[in-house]
Design a protein around this ligand. Structure first.
Ligand code: N7H
Length: 444
């Protein structure tokens, strides 16, 4: 059972509002901060139960999470049972494949103590809530950095900056809501601390139960450069326009077409009806028992082994239940015609990436390091000794990356990416506590 009144809503439901702000702060005076945390913030933290019933949720959704140094500042010295969390994300950035020069100064080191996630229909409503928080905490809190994010306009709502529909595939927490076809079934404890399937040792009084670790990443996306790459490398397909061929390459890179339709089910062109159908758009595992001649371990005519969604969740390739709950949202301005014309990014935009898990080393960090950044993964394909990097997020400190599978005419061939189209600008690991901790363990 997921304790819906304890779990912050973003963890298992997602904020899903047009506007969102990530307000990163440090704690200047712990005593004063704690008293306001209990009296002013605890009552307005939005729970999973509130977010599940959209008619009952407040005008502005609010969640809050703390970094390791933030918990230290509050005097919470318990071993939280996650061995990646204490050092913070910056300490492991090279291991994640990041280029440190690209990190924003605010994220370097361990100066961020926490983050407030705010979401609403308008930025004005969010700003009013921020004013309330700043007034309540007064000099006990300092804003370190704010990242403003928003759903894209019109038909692009729910799509990330390259144009692909996001937020489709999430693991199904056993016993929580309805399982859709194709969801990975996981024990609730793989995302929510203290529940069935959480095998880590936590503080014995159980105060962490209902919490989750939040991996935040500010991932810049070079959209015009990505689009230029698709055009320059569009595979030859008879009878198809350049645009269609560029879209085919994009779909082979991601594993889905822009509508969300999986390329495994629709290998040749986008299919909007399929993309929009929750009962079909995730119902595949890369095997095709209905096609007797289909050699699952060798055939890349449908989804390449290296496609983003296949590297980050190999389905039948591995049968692993490693998974994360994703709750990211785009940030930055819409790409402009001038940028498209010059094939050059002139304003920063990208994905405010959010992933929840009960163990960072078995969640975000594992997927990024052991899968996306590992050219040997997935290992089981005899026709391709080295599958290559995840073309979307795989990285090696800025070094060129080989990817296989992108050209449907020569799927075992390599494509070399000289540059990254997704650039990590920083991030941090946080613990998103159960609501009771705001009046309990955090303020003792
Ligand atoms: Fe990814 N993209 O537009 O290419 N991602 N992702 N991701 N991602 C997914 O199924 C994208 C990132 C996962 O269960 C979709 O909801 C971009 C990181 C996982 O089949 C699209 C960025 C990590 C899945 C994108 C980015 C992951 C997934 C398909 C960065 C983890 C589910 C929509 C800017 C380390 C796989 C959907 C499954 C899906 C994109 C980041 C992981 C379109 C642009 C950092 C596990």
């Amino acid at each position: 059972e997921v304790p819906l009144d304890e779990v912050q809503g973003d963890i298992v439901v997602g904020m899903l509002k047009p506007q969102q702000v990530f307000y990163f702060f440090s704690i200047a005076d712990a005593t004063t901060f704690k008293s306001h945390l209990a009296s002013d913030i605890a009552p307005i933290v939005t729970t999973a139960r509130q977010m599940l019933d959209r008619t009952k949720e407040p005008l502005v959704l609010l969640n809050m999470a703390f970094s390791a140094t933030g918990l230290q500042a509050l005097g919470v010295s318990d071993d939280l049972g996650d061995f990646v969390f204490p050092a913070g994300q910056f300490a492991g950035a090279v291991g994640l494949g990041d280029t440190l020069d690209n990190w924003k100064d605010e994220f370097k080191g361990t100066g961020i103590h926490g983050v407030v996630l705010l979401a609403s229909d308008t930025k004005d409503l969010i700003n009013e809530q921020i004013k309330f928080i700043e007034t309540a905490f007064g000099a006990s809190i300092r804003k370190v950095y704010e990242l403003d994010a928003a759903m894209r306009p019109g038909d692009l709502a729910g799509h990330e900056m390259f144009g692909f529909k996001d937020g489709i595939a999430q693991p199904w927490l056993k016993g929580f809501g309805m399982k859709l076809p194709g969801q990975t079934e996981v024990d609730p404890g793989s995302v929510v601390v203290g529940l069935d399937g959480d095998f880590n040792t936590r503080p014995s009084d159980g105060w962490m139960t209902g919490g989750s670790f939040l991996a935040f990443r500010q991932l810049e996306q070079h959209v015009p450069e990505f689009n230029k790459f698709l055009i320059d490398n569009a595979p030859a397909v008879e009878g198809k326009s350049l645009e269609d061929r560029a879209n085919l390459l994009g779909a082979r890179i991601v594993g889905r077409w822009k509508s969300g339709a999986p390329i495994d089910l629709s290998p040749e062109q986008d299919d909007r009806a399929l993309g929009a159908d929750k009962n079909r758009n995730n119902n595949f595992n890369y095997t095709h028992p209905e096609i007797p001649s289909f050699a699952f371990d060798a055939d890349q005519s449908r989804c390449p082994f290296s496609a983003h969604i296949r590297k980050t969740r190999p389905r039948a390739d591995l049968g692993s239940t490693i998974s994360i709950m994703r709750s990211g949202i785009p940030y930055g301005p819409e790409p402009t015609d001038a940028e498209a014309a010059s094939n050059t990014t002139s304003a920063e935009r990208g994905l405010a990436f959010v992933a929840y898990q009960s163990d960072i080393s078995q969640g975000f960090q594992f997927i990024q390091q052991a899968w996306a950044n590992n050219p040997n993964f997935v290992f089981t394909k005899p026709s391709v000794p080295e599958v290559g990097f995840d073309p979307v997020i795989g990285q090696a400190g800025g070094a060129p990356r080989n990817v296989t599978g992108l050209d449907p005419n020569a799927p075992n061939g390599k494509t070399t990416f000289l540059k990254e189209f997704v650039v990590a600008r920083g991030g941090e690991y946080f613990f998103s506590p159960p609501v009771s901790a705001f009046k309990g363990r955090l303020v003792q």
